[in-house]
Design a protein around this ligand. Structure first.
Ligand SMILES: Cc1cc2nc3c(=O)[nH]c(=O)nc-3n(C[C@H](O)[C@H](O)[C@H](O)COP(=O)(O)O)c2cc1C
Length: 172
């Protein structure tokens, strides 16, 4: 699995699965202005205000048939409508990806976290479901990597789906 920051505009290459994640900002994917707002609330990674998942997805070519999934983080309270993951899901769909799961949101307690109790476990289950959904669709060989792109400043969910395939898992 390769974990890449959208800021590096990672190439999709010969990936078997693309998983994108981003924080929900203003009911959707972040924009330069909302990322600048986020920088007022806490440390963000260098360059985070310029490139986010929205900008990354906008510059990708058609990805016909590529298995993909999207998740986001959002605050528990107040419960707000909208979701970065749903926006990303729609964009991946328009790029002709094969979406394996519905867009999923994981909750944080406030703007700067922490991750709400139980959400990391739920995120791991989501990652496991994704792996199960991806298995029949990918030609998986031992040690093959998955590509996940995560727009984050805190990396709180960086272990979701952190999984190296083994030969036995790839057997039918
Ligand atoms: C400018 C801004 C706008 C936000 N808008 C929303 C929102 O519309 N809905 C929501 O649930 N959370 C919203 N949040 C909270 C973020 O989703 C939360 O801070 C983020 O998921 C935490 O992940 P991170 O540490 O990777 O940034 C917003 C945060 C900021 C800074």
């Amino acid at each position: 699995m390769r974990l890449a920051d959208v800021q590096a505009i990672p190439s999709i290459g010969f990936s078997d699965l693309l998983v994108v994640g981003a924080p929900t900002h203003a009911f959707s994917l972040s924009r330069p202005r909302t990322r600048a707002d986020a920088a007022q609330h806490g440390a963000v990674r260098p360059g985070a205000t310029t490139v986010g998942l929205r900008e990354y997805l906008a510059c990708l070519p058609l990805l016909t048939g590529l298995p993909a999934a999207a998740f986001d983080t959002k605050v528990t309270k107040p419960a707000l409508p909208g979701s970065a993951a749903r926006k990303a899901y729609r964009r991946l769909h328009s790029l002709d990806c094969h979406l394996l799961l519905e867009a999923e949101s994981f909750h944080v307690d406030g703007m700067t976290g922490p991750v709400t109790d139980g959400e990391l476990q739920r995120a791991r289950r989501w990652g496991a479901s994704l792996a199960t959904a991806a298995l029949p669709k990918a030609v998986v060989q031992q040690g093959q990597t998955l590509l996940r792109v995560r727009e984050t400043k805190a990396g709180q969910l960086s272990d979701i789906g952190n999984h190296r395939w083994t030969q036995s898992e790839s057997s039918p």
